[in-house]
Ligand binder design. Structure first.
Ligand SMILES: N[C@@H](CCC(=O)N[C@@H](CS)C(=O)NCC(=O)O)C(=O)O
Length: 206
């Protein structure tokens, strides 16, 4: 199968981490995410990444749909996400906050790079920063005093939280969100996760 996107995208990275954690073989194809990219538009009409092209040509669009499929075929013991009940709801809540934090952090970047002449709309940028910071605050609280965000091992909650935290540190447009020692528990969680191949092999190196 082919994962379309590059690891700078936290949405692509979270799908890649799940692929690697579950030992599912895949290739990566980097296509620039703009509507002018005709090849990407044939894969995803929205011209967004990630997409996952299965071996029979079927295309999965959106990281949530990709991960849903990967868990179905590659995680029969439900290690990354419990099959049901309170454990599943807790992980999904943390995943939801982390995914929203990623969306707001990506928004902070886009607000600064997509407008002409380096301009931006300050009230909207401020709001995005407040929302992203609230997400990181929430995840920091959840990570404090714990090895993993939920239970005794790596779950989808850790994958998403680390994808969010690491992404913010990758780019000058958003690194201040997590700079310094603002989030010690998330920094520790990131270090712990990045000791695993699924994370280190998908870390963005520029
Ligand atoms: N909800 C989507 C979001 C994907 C997304 O926004 N990806 C970004 C890259 S980080 C993208 O393709 N941006 C281009 C655009 O939206 O125009 C997912 O989880 O896959």
């Amino acid at each position: 199968m082919i994962l379309v996107g590059r690891y700078l995208s936290p949405f692509t990275r979270r799908a890649a981490i799940v692929l690697k954690t579950l030992n599912i073989g895949f290739e990566v194809k980097h296509l620039t995410a703009t509507p002018e990219n005709a090849e990407l538009v044939t894969i995803n009409p929205l011209a967004r990444v990630p997409a996952l092209i299965l071996d029979d040509g079927e295309v999965l669009i959106d990281s949530a749909a990709i991960i849903d499929y990967l868990l179905e075929v590659g995680d029969p013991d439900n290690t990354l996400l419990a099959a049901g009940g309170g454990d599943r709801r807790t992980v999904m809540r943390l995943v939801g906050v982390a995914q929203g934090t990623i969306e707001k952090t990506v928004g902070v970047v886009y607000e600064q790079i997509k407008r002409p002449g380096g301009s931006h709309h300050q009230p909207w940028l401020d709001q995005l920063r407040v929302q992203a910071s609230a997400g990181f605050d929430y995840l920091e609280k959840a990570a404090t005093g714990r090895v993993w965000l939920h239970g005794n091992g790596l779950t989808l909650a850790d994958v998403n939280a680390v994808a969010a935290y690491d992404f913010a540190g990758y780019l000058p447009f958003c690194e201040d969100l997590v700079a310094g020692s603002k989030y010690p528990a998330l920094a520790e969680l990131s270090a712990r996760c990045n000791a695993l191949q699924a994370f280190s092999e998908t870390a963005w190196s520029g």
